[in-house]
Write a protein that binds this ligand. Structure first.
Ligand code: MRU
Length: 337
């Protein structure tokens, strides 16, 4: 099965082209990034988003820094600070520095491109493992966008859904809208439509009721950072879904590459949670919806405790009921369990 060619990032030889996801699905506009400052801006402003895609943007940012002859240590710190929760950004920038230090710019570019291609391949491996957990004729629920747009290609949780659809197993996807950025309503719906995968959108506030009334077999989500004990940070709203799923007997699956596991963090309490400006809640696009003086609290990720996760799927396979001991087997240098 060929890996989809849809990608949010294109290396153009001397610059990085970034698909502006803020404008999708209405408009396909590519932003030209020529420097680390440009890449930091597209990450911080969420023109590119999704943990693996942010990491790859960071890798290409380092390639741009090498091409420009910048101070690599300084630029790596700027990149890593662009968004705090997804560990892929720090992971990819560190991998670039470890692998390419002392090389000419062409070496940095080549390794960034290699990481991009490898991400798409390992997504496909994860998707195949995850799809095996699904029954035939299944209805599933997902949250945010975890597809080709959020990764180097194919997707994590949405990758599982793609493979299940191609295997003829899938009845329907229930896609949460994912306020305030509407990654579900804008991006997941767009990706599902392109592949003619049946879906219905569900308002964030209706997700628990949808579980009760429509009985999805699995809730399938991605992850931005997983602590050593399996606690998982993902898009805000994921924790509510996990609580509702456990209460209603719906199974809960997290799909993420091994690089998402941050073995330096003991538990989810240690994961930095990004808070974004309240204006993202008090306005809908340019339109103000709340009273002018309204204050808002806008954490954009939450942490789901490991004990609410039935399956963690990585490129190494499936870990049922993940915990610290089982995750240890996935740590670098260890053989998968
Ligand atoms: O704020 P975003 O859109 O970058 O958040 C994205 C998510 O939370 C995804 O679920 C996560 O990165 C996994 S995507 C493969």
């Amino acid at each position: 099965m060929a890996v989809t060619l849809l990608t949010p990032l294109r290396w153009m030889g001397d610059h990085l082209a970034v698909l502006d996801q803020r404008l999708l699905p209405a408009e396909q506009h590519w932003i030209r990034c020529e420097s680390v400052a440009d890449v930091v801006q597209v990450i911080a402003d969420m023109a590119v988003r999704g943990a693996p895609a942010i990491g790859l943007a960071g890798a290409y940012g380092m390639a741009l820094a090498a091409l420009r002859g910048d101070d690599m240590g300084e630029q790596s710190q700027r990149l890593v600070a662009a968004r705090p929760t997804a560990v892929h950004l720090a992971w990819a920038v560190k991998a670039m520095c470890e692998r390419c230090a002392g090389q000419a710019a062409a070496g940095w570019v080549q390794y960034a491109e290699q990481m991009h291609a490898e991400d798409a391949q390992l997504n496909f491996a994860m998707a195949s493992h995850g799809a095996q957990l699904l029954s035939s004729g299944v209805r599933v629920m997902t949250h945010c966008n975890t597809g080709a747009l959020a990764t180097g290609g194919w997707g994590t949780a949405l990758g599982v859904i793609r493979v299940a659809h191609k295997a003829g197993k899938l009845q329907e996807v229930l896609a949460g809208e994912t306020r305030p950025w509407l990654q579900g309503a804008r991006l997941t719906a767009w990706e599902l439509e392109q592949e003619k995968i049946p879906y219905r959108l569900v308002a964030d506030g209706a997700m628990a009721w949808a579980m009760r009334e429509l009985r999805p077999e699995w809730v399938i989500v991605g992850a931005d950072r997983i602590a050593a004990n399996g606690d998982t940070a993902n898009k805000i709203g994921t924790f509510s879904l996990a609580v509702a799923a456990r209460a209603l007997g719906v199974k809960f699956m997290v799909v993420a590459p091994k690089a998402t596991i941050d073995f330096e963090l003991h538990s989810g309490a240690d994961i930095p949670i990004e808070e974004r400006p309240g204006v993202e809640l008090t306005r809908l696009g340019a339109q103000r919806v709340a009273p002018e003086a309204a204050q808002a609290w806008n954490p954009v990720f939450d942490v789901t405790p490991a004990n609410l996760i039935d399956a963690l799927v990585t490129e190494a396979g499936v870990v049922m009921q993940p915990d610290a001991q089982k995750l240890q087997a996935l740590s670098p240098g260890m053989q998968p369990a």
